[in-house]
Structures are given as structure tokens and as C-alpha cells.
Design a protein around this ligand. Structure first.
Ligand SMILES: [Fe+2]
Length: 215
């Protein structure tokens, strides 16, 4: 399927899903937009073609959308989660994939599911939801995990200031081969200038980049 063959209504549904995320939790919404952008950039740096990079971009967009199904008292809990609450939180990749299920008849949206569902798997097999290992983890999910973690570390949240990019780069390097695909970490680090400007206007980027085709 070519990018141009994706029906407009599917993008309208996408926007509605992301709007629901924005209503529930704007921080997660903007995190998803940044991860989406960075996932596409890392995909391109890794040599994926335009269509494949778009698949990873949109998988990045929806990766945490399932957090709308996590109760507020868990999602916004200011203290440490209990084991039971943590389990609920860890269900979010499955919930994100479930949100996209009705769109999967469209090839492009079906192709997003592996990246969404597996974005918390680790190469050492200690991730979730399935404990997949190494190359057994879909490439899109390995890409998203890196840009997701980098954004989570560097973004300033209501309760804490983001880390400096240099500290986050070191963290990725330290966990390459355990949490992250070491080959992709090398590519990420080679492309450092792409990740240095964290303050770009992501809302504007979403309007002009992510959903341009649906306008
Ligand atoms: Fe996530």
C-alpha cells in the first residue's frame, strides 16, 4: 500500500484518538508527538525507506495512547506505584494496540501494531509485555524504545526538570545491549544534533508534519 492510498477517514480517526490523549493528559500527548517525530528521524538515519519510516513515525505517535485507559489515580499518582498499580500501567502498550485494532484492515495501520505493542520490550528479554529478546523484537519497537527513553529523560515535566541531553546520551550508551539495540544506539548517537533542540514547537510540527497528508 502506498502512502497516498490511505483513506482520509483513517487519519481523521487517528486525530480523534490523539485528541482523546490530549484531553486526558497533555504531557503524554506532547511526548507522543515528540517520539513520533524522533522515531521517524531515527528510522531515516537507520536507512529505512520513506514508507517504513512513516510506519515507525505513526507507531511512535500511538505508542502511549493506551494510557487513556489507565485510571487517573494510577496515571497521575505522585508517589511510587504499588506492584498492582504498576501492572495496570504496564498494560498500556496492549491498550494502545487495541485502540488501533479497528483500523488494522488498512495495511498501513496494521503495520503499526508491532511497534506499538512491543515498545517496552528490552533486548535482554526483561521487558514487557512478552519478554521478547534481541532481533525477536520488531525493529520499529526497538527504534521507538530509544527515542521514547531519550524523551522521557530529557523532557521537563510538571514535577521535575529534564536531564541534559549529554546525560541521556550516556544512559543510552550504558544500557546498549541490555535495554537497547546497540546498533541503533550507535546510529542515534552519531545523529546527536538531531536530538539537541528539545524545545521546538511540537504542536506546530504535528499540524504541519504528522497530519499534513490528512488536511
Ligand atoms: Fe510507553
Amino acid at each position: 500500500m502506498a502512502w497516498d492510498d490511505i483513506p482520509d477517514w483513517a487519519f481523521d480517526v487517528s486525530k480523534e484518538i490523539m485528541q482523546a490523549v490530549n484531553v486526558k493528559d497533555p504531557e503524554t500527548f506532547f511526548h507522543c508527538i515528540r517520539v513520533s517525530r524522533d522515531a521517524r528521524l531515527l528510522s531515516e538515519a537507520a536507512g529505512l525507506n520513506e514508507y517504513e519510516s512513516r510506519v515507525v513515525e505513526f507507531a511512535g505517535l500511538f505508542h502511549d495512547a493506551g494510557k487513556i485507559a489507565v485510571p487517573d489515580e494510577i496515571l497521575f499518582k505522585p508517589a511510587k506505584l504499588t506492584d498492582a498499580e504498576f501492572k495496570v500501567m504496564q498494560s498500556h502498550p496492549v491498550k494502545s494496540a487495541q485502540l488501533l485494532e479497528p483500523l488494522k484492515q488498512i495495511g498501513f495501520f496494521g503495520a503499526l501494531l508491532p511497534g506499538v505493542l512491543h515498545h517496552h520490550e528490552r533486548v535482554d528479554g526483561k521487558g514487557y509485555p512478552y519478554g521478547l529478546e534481541g532481533d525477536g523484537i520488531p525493529l520499529a519497537a526497538r527504534i521507538i524504545l530509544i527515542v521514547d527513553t531519550f524523551d522521557a529523560m530529557t523532557a521537563t515535566r510538571a514535577y521535575r526538570k529534564g536531564l541534559a541531553p549529554e546525560i541521556a546520551f550516556k544512559e543510552l550508551q550504558d544500557f546498549a545491549g541490555r535495554q537497547f539495540d546497540p546498533h541503533l544506539v550507535r546510529i542515534f548517537l552519531r545523529a546527536k544534533p538531531l536530538w539537541s533542540d528539545r524545545e521546538r514547537d511540537v504542536a506546530e510540527e504535528m499540524r504541519t508534519t504528522v497530519f499534513k497528508q490528512a488536511a
